[in-house]
Design a protein. Structure first.
Length: 241
């Protein structure tokens, strides 16, 4: 079990090595990298600047002083963390077609054989909508109870961040696995079952995704590295496909 956990943790490192060494794979990572770079380098600072400005207008320096500065710091930190996950989701949607090409290139490079044709645009779009709705339902069912644990006296201070991190690891491992899953595991419930049977591996992978997302500068490479890592994990487990 611990070995599988370490295998999941190491997937992102193996992905970085592959992206550096394999030109046939690296060229498909350029567009997700650019999209991620624009979102994180421009979107996050712009959002923080706009909201901090609003806080400043609501709390003039003359009347609030240190409290105003403290509120701006707290709001800025909350915005950075929240916007990282929000922009990761947005970037995943924008770069979805490029992620599919990247995952395909990883599979072909590692297996040494061409893949069968992808599903048509209409069927693929319909499947993506169904998957997105399934994830939305999952969010509605799981996230409010996780937030509510913060209300538990004493234990909530530890329990809520822990559950949020575990939830983030699960969601990101599922999101970044979608490009490789879409050719082999069409249904959302089957994808969740697949990950559920490999909990230690995908927990390790998801935790690294969360860590990369929260580290400034490093989060620029989150999308291409994590999609590549998810494809590597799948191929290592299903090389006979």
């Amino acid at each position: 079990m611990f070995r599988e956990f370490l295998r999941g943790i190491g997937a992102s490192g193996r992905a970085m090595k592959l992206l550096v060494s394999a030109r046939s794979v690296r060229r498909y990572a350029m567009m997700p990298l650019l999209i991620n770079l624009l979102l994180f380098a421009i979107g996050v600072p712009l959002l923080v600047w706009l909201v901090i400005g609003q806080v400043g207008r609501l709390m003039p320096a003359a009347g609030f002083g240190p409290l105003r500065m403290l509120m701006q710091i707290v709001v800025a930190l909350a915005l950075v963390i929240g916007s990282v996950f929000a922009f990761t989701a947005i970037g995943g949607v924008i770069a979805a077609p490029f992620h599919s090409l990247l995952a395909r290139a990883v599979e072909e490079h590692l297996t040494g054989r061409p893949l069968r044709d992808d599903p048509g645009f209409v069927s693929g779009a319909f499947r993506s909508i169904i998957t997105a709705l399934g994830r939305l339902l999952l969010f509605a069912l799981l996230y409010p109870p996780i937030l509510a644990t913060a209300l538990i006296p004493v234990a909530g201070v530890v329990l809520q961040p822990l559950l949020t991190t575990l939830y983030g690891a699960f969601v990101l491992s599922l999101d970044f696995s979608d490009p490789v899953f879409e050719r082999h595991i069409p249904k959302l419930r089957d994808r969740m079952r697949y990950i559920g049977r490999r909990k230690p591996r995908y927990l390790g992978f998801g935790l690294v995704c969360v860590a990369i997302a929260l580290v400034p500068i490093l989060n620029f490479i989150l999308l291409p590295v994590s999609v590549t890592a998810a494809a590597i994990l799948f191929v290592e487990d299903n090389d006979g496909l």
